[in-house]
Design a protein around this ligand. Sequence first.
Ligand SMILES: Cc1cc2nc3c(=O)[nH]c(=O)nc-3n(C[C@H](O)[C@H](O)[C@H](O)COP(=O)(O)OP(=O)(O)OC[C@H]3O[C@@H](n4cnc5c(N)ncnc54)[C@H](O)[C@@H]3O)c2cc1C
Length: 307
Amino acid sequence: MSAISGFPSKLRVRTHEPMDRHTSFGVGGPADYWVEVRSLDALRLALETADRLGIPRTIMGHGTNSLVADSGIDGLVIYNRYVDFAANAADEIVRVASGHSMARLAGRCARLGLGGMSFAIGVPGTVGGAIYGNAGAFGSDIAAVLKSARVWRRSHEVEALASDFDFDYRRSNLHDDATGPVVLAASFRVQPADPAALRRELLALARRRRATQPLGKNAGSFFMNPDGDYAGRLIEASGLKGHELGGAFVSPVHANFLSASPGGTARDVLDLAIAVRERVAETTGVRLTPEVRLLGRWNSHARALFT
Ligand SMILES: Cc1cc2nc3c(=O)[nH]c(=O)nc-3n(C[C@H](O)[C@H](O)[C@H](O)COP(=O)(O)OP(=O)(O)OC[C@H]3O[C@@H](n4cnc5c(N)ncnc54)[C@H](O)[C@@H]3O)c2cc1C
């Protein structure tokens, strides 16, 4: 056992790890305990240990869709860097670990001449985070390509079919499951394709992204697009493109990207999001729903303001 009581030493757990280092917003307070896992065994061990110690645990991928509270996160944060990959071209399946980058998956499939995953070049997170939120881009999404996924649920592992996740726009039923299921690995359907054509497609999609999306400390689209419209268009129509409030601002490039300013806090980002949502509702009558997840010690008032 390590000096940190109860944790196996091979997990190399850190205490009070600042989460601003591990989220694309670049904000968020410390995790009580934090561990990076690089294999399925380590991921399982971290999950088992949290359950055995009876402490809360949060699985995180690249932190590109998460707003972590300034007061931090209770219990153990599992930083998922388990990235195994295997392709079975004959069966038209790729099997990928949940900590694998979606964008790298697009590149790997293209090099192997396996089509269907190019949309993943637009998703900066991990496979696990993408399944959690049915991530999508360029007209495709996880629901369109997932065959099945191995899921840890209350110390049991099951191979769940794509239909078991009840995917909807940027949603899966993992959102509603209080037991905190964790995706361990996933199988995606792919089709044979010309590697050179796939490479050209990826380059074109990446170029399109660079031309339309801001760099900086954000989590991509903050709000989901309402039926038949775009959250960015509604925010812009409400006069908020480039708007600043405290230590956060609406991007002047893409109005659905909210960013923390240098020195800004998670609370600043949340306050800006609430203000944007109120103004859009007053101006257009549309109530926007957040796509970004709140993680950590947000009080019930903050959570309620944002539901
Ligand atoms: C510049 C930019 C552009 C973006 N563009 C897009 C886009 O085009 N389309 C899109 O859909 N999203 C986009 N996003 C948002 C984000 O990349 C996706 O939502 C992504 O799927 C999040 O993955 P992650 O690993 O970063 O998740 P995290 O932020 O680490 O986690 C998000 C949620 O998923 C849960 N989770 C993570 N891993 C697992 C797991 N293994 N099992 C169960 N739950 C898990 C976490 O607990 C958390 O609740 C963008 C973000 C940025 C910064």
